[in-house]
Ligand binder design. Structure first.
Ligand code: ATP
Ligand code: MG
Length: 403
């Protein structure tokens, strides 16, 4: 089989393959880029596999960077482009279910393809577009099937992350997981407990953002993989609520987490620990907390002025876009207009500062100061008082006098 129209990314990289071949070695395009080209999908990185050893690659090319030389990977820089070139290798004795104990460089493409996870990822392509398909990967591509290379039980036992990868490809590509592969996931799901949260999270987020997350979430629940993912153990049933949402593709990580958290019904104070257990950044956690809060608000009715101010425009629009999943109309334009007509958009725009208040009232700083700023800010945002320093001082004085 031959790829008739070779995408530009490969044409550009062809000289790298030719250069390696000119030195007497084999070189092929491999992995996701070949799969995506056959599926007519956009290509991300063009990965190259070769019979040349890393040291040999470094002698062939002038500009190289050792990015993972112990795994056989050298980054080669050509003009503006960079390519990961990995020596054919086998991996053996995965005693901890996640990383091979030893990586052995080999000169055979077949050995290299054999260690790859799924048949659709075990395809290679030569410089002329000829596909090397030793495990019927092209047939599985046609039939939209995710099938482990070789014996699925052995493959998941070697590296448990592959189970999550299989699920995420089902979602991303809108494929079905083949029967034996699926039952091996059911059998070995608990090995996910050996995999680092960070690596599971990468796959899980890709799964949530895929074209058909339902195709992956159902097996994710049925095979009980969810039980070995942070914070989800008690939420098997609840995950099915998430699955029932319209299956339209999600746009951002934040939106994905927001819908998930909302669907499984976590309380406000449970959001942070949950996302922390998934090792998400504080920034992300903060943004998702705002979105969940906003979504709850918006599902109950219209925005209050203070909500618009607290969430900021991006979060407000993001929530509006999420209403689709709850069969409600978004009001993007109206939200934009209401937001832009707020008297101020952040605290810095308040016409008075903490220092102004300290000077004027000649009081020691303390809790009163933060409370006061907040009251003034709320009054300005709600239009109860103009954003004017003199007026704000008078307003503050009234409050203090009343106390
Ligand atoms: P993406 O488009 O998301 O990058 P990909 O298939 O390129 O998908 P990568 O994680 O970039 O995925 O891996 C590149 C290739 O390396 C895969 O196509 C597969 O052949 C192989 N591979 C990656 N991870 C594993 C693994 N855990 N076990 C076996 N092979 C793997
Ligand atoms: Mg890739």
């Amino acid at each position: 089989m031959k790829l008739e129209i070779i995408p530009d990314e490969f044409v550009k990289a062809a000289k790298v393959l030719q250069e390696i071949q000119a030195h007497g070695f084999e070189a092929y395009f491999v992995g996701g880029s070949v799969r995506d080209a056959l599926l007519n999908q956009p290509i991300h990185d063009v990965d190259i596999a070769t019979s040349a050893y890393p040291e040999e690659i470094k002698q062939i090319f002038n500009r190289t960077i050792d990015v993972g030389i112990e795994h056989g990977t050298v980054l080669v820089l050509v003009g503006e482009e960079q390519y990961e070139i990995t020596t054919f290798r086998t991996e053996s004795t995965y005693q901890d279910f996640r990383r091979p104990d030893t990586v052995t460089f080999v000169r055979s493409l077949k050995e290299d393809l054999k260690r790859r996870d799924f048949t659709i990822n075990a395809l290679a392509m030569d410089v002329d577009g000829k596909i090397i398909d030793l495990f019927d990967g092209t047939l599985d591509l046609e039939q939209k099937i995710i099938r482990a290379v070789g014996n699925p039980k052995e493959r998941f036992h070697e590296d448990a992350l592959r189970m999550m990868r299989g699920l995420r490809f089902a979602s991303q590509l809108d494929f079905t997981i083949e029967g034996e592969t699926l039952s091996a996931i059911s059998e070995f799901h608990s090995l996910l407990g050996k995999i680092s949260v960070e690596r599971i999270a990468v796959e899980f987020i890709k799964l949530l953002l895929g074209k058909n997350r339902r195709a992956a979430l159902l097996p994710f629940v049925e095979t009980e993989c969810y039980q070995y993912c942070p914070g989800l153990k008690q939420y098997g049933e609840a995950l099915l609520n998430f699955l029932d949402l319209p299956n339209r593709q999600l746009e951002t990580d934040n939106q994905a987490w927001t819908l998930l958290l909302h669907s499984i019904g976590l309380k406000e104070n449970e959001l942070r620990p949950f996302l922390k257990s998934w090792k998400q950044s504080n920034q992300m956690i903060h943004e998702v907390q705002l979105l969940v809060f906003g979504l709850n608000k918006r599902l109950q009715g219209d925005w209050q002025v203070m909500d618009l101010f607290n969430l900021g425009l991006d979060a407000v629009l993001s929530v509006e876009n999420l209403l689709y999943y709850y069969d409600q109309k978004s009001k993007l334009e109206e939200a934009k207009e209401r937001y832009s007509s707020l008297p101020i958009h952040n605290r810095k725009q308040l016409a008075i500062t903490g220092n102004d208040l300290l000077d004027y009232f000649n009081k020691k700083p303390g809790k009163w100061l933060g409370d006061m700023i907040e009251m003034l800010e709320t009054a300005v945002v709600n239009g109860q008082i103009a954003n004017d320093k003199e007026l704000l001082i008078v307003y503050a004085k009234d409050i203090i006098d009343e106390e």
